[in-house]
Design a protein around this ligand. Structure first.
Ligand code: ATP
Ligand code: FE
Ligand code: MG
Length: 349
């Protein structure tokens, strides 16, 4: 099926048209420059920006697809998790379009979208596989079993990987968003310059959790280190700090993802989320996967960060399985991935 989808869960106003696993058109209007002056995303500002961009983004996407409404089989929008006010803009627009043009409507779980980014970039990919989802709000290891069927095997206990990049960049005075800045600085630094905690989670029975992680201790260690270095008269060794931090995160994520794939007998690891752009993670994970004879998939960056193409791709698969959502579906700021199927009714109208 061919689906038009809207994504407004955070600070990207995105619209796309996808046919099965193939992209027909894709528009992303980023609000990063608007939020940069506040050092982070301001929810009310995000909602207003979505409203302003939504109409032209839909019109542009439809024109780019070369299709008219007659060629669209369903209309979808991200409905959870995310900023409630921001989600409402996309969801309300999608419901309205679905009613107006007599199309089935589908709500999509944002994280399921991030998983489908891998199908978009690799249409031959088939479950089961492991998804390492590393974004601004999530650090998860997800066992992908099929459409709507996911088991989260590992998670962060506190800060997400992208959040850690953003917070560390902020405490070093490097601006927002932090990931790309740290990635760039790290290229000129020595990753062995500082030894940092890698966020192991102790288990009550002894030993460590094999797949869960924590990044708040690492962030605190970076804060203390930066403060003590600032007290000396030397200029702050930002490149070495960035490289050491980045490599610590990359090794931590790599170790857990590889262990998880091996333990569950999964031959492929698909990476998703904005942190998939990180060159340190790409290097460490690729290197380890080669050693272990596992396949790693890094979708192109435009599918890793927030976009509507991944949402449309997920919706197309649900529609193919006969899943549609009721028009009474609301938005939810949180929703476990295990509850994705609560968004659908089978063989519905
Ligand atoms: P979620 O999907 O969990 O709701 P999100 O969609 O806001 O979160 P993304 O847009 O996928 O998250 O990713 C944004 C995050 O990716 C930011 O924290 C940003 O710092 C990080 N990021 C982007 N590029 C890089 C990079 N090269 N290295 C590390 N982190 C990066
Ligand atoms: Fe996201
Ligand atoms: Mg984002």
């Amino acid at each position: 099926p061919t689906v038009l989808a809207l994504e407004t869960s955070c600070d990207e106003t995105a619209v796309a048209v996808v046919r099965d696993r193939h992209l027909l058109s894709n528009v992303v209007s980023s609000q990063i420059q608007v939020h940069q002056q506040y050092g982070g995303v301001v929810p009310e500002v995000a909602s207003r920006q979505h409203l302003e961009a939504m109409n032209w983004a839909i019109a542009q996407t439809l024109t780019d697809s070369g299709l008219g409404w007659a060629g669209i089989d369903g209309v979808a929008a991200t409905c959870a998790p995310g900023l409630v006010g921001a989600l409402l803009v996309g969801l309300t627009a999608a419901k309205t379009l679905a009613m107006l043009h007599h199309k089935p409507f589908l709500g999509v779980h944002h994280l399921e979208g991030h998983i489908y980014a891998s199908y978009l970039s690799e249409p031959e990919l088939e479950p089961p596989f492991l998804c390492l989802l590393v974004s601004g709000g999530h650090t998860s290891l997800i066992y992908v079993k099929g459409c709507g069927q996911y088991e989260t095997l590992g998670e962060t206990r506190d800060d997400a990987a992208g959040e850690a990049f953003d917070k560390v960049a902020r405490l070093m005075g490097l601006g927002y968003p932090g990931g790309p800045v740290i990635d760039r600085l790290a290229k000129d630094g020595n990753p062995m310059a500082f030894v940092l905690p890698d966020g192991k989670i102790s288990l009550p029975e002894g030993g460590y959790h094999p797949y869960d992680s924590s990044f708040s201790g690492l962030k605190t260690a970076m804060l203390r280190l930066t403060q003590s270095l600032q007290e000396s008269s030397e200029p702050l060794p930002v490149a070495d700090l960035a490289a050491s931090f980045q490599d610590t995160v990359a090794r931590s994520l790599t170790k857990r993802a590889i262990a998880c794939a091996k333990d569950y007998g999964l031959g492929a690891i698909a990476v998703g989320g904005g942190v998939a752009a990180n060159s340190g993670l790409r290097f460490r994970l690729q290197e380890a996967a080669e050693r272990e004879n596992l396949r790693v998939l890094f979708p192109p960056l435009k599918f890793c960060t927030d976009n509507a193409a991944m949402i449309a791709c997920a919706a197309a698969d649900h529609l193919k399985h006969g899943h549609t959502s009721p028009l009474t579906l609301g938005v939810q700021s949180r929703l476990p991935l295990s509850q994705v199927m609560s968004l659908y009714q089978s063989g519905g109208d």
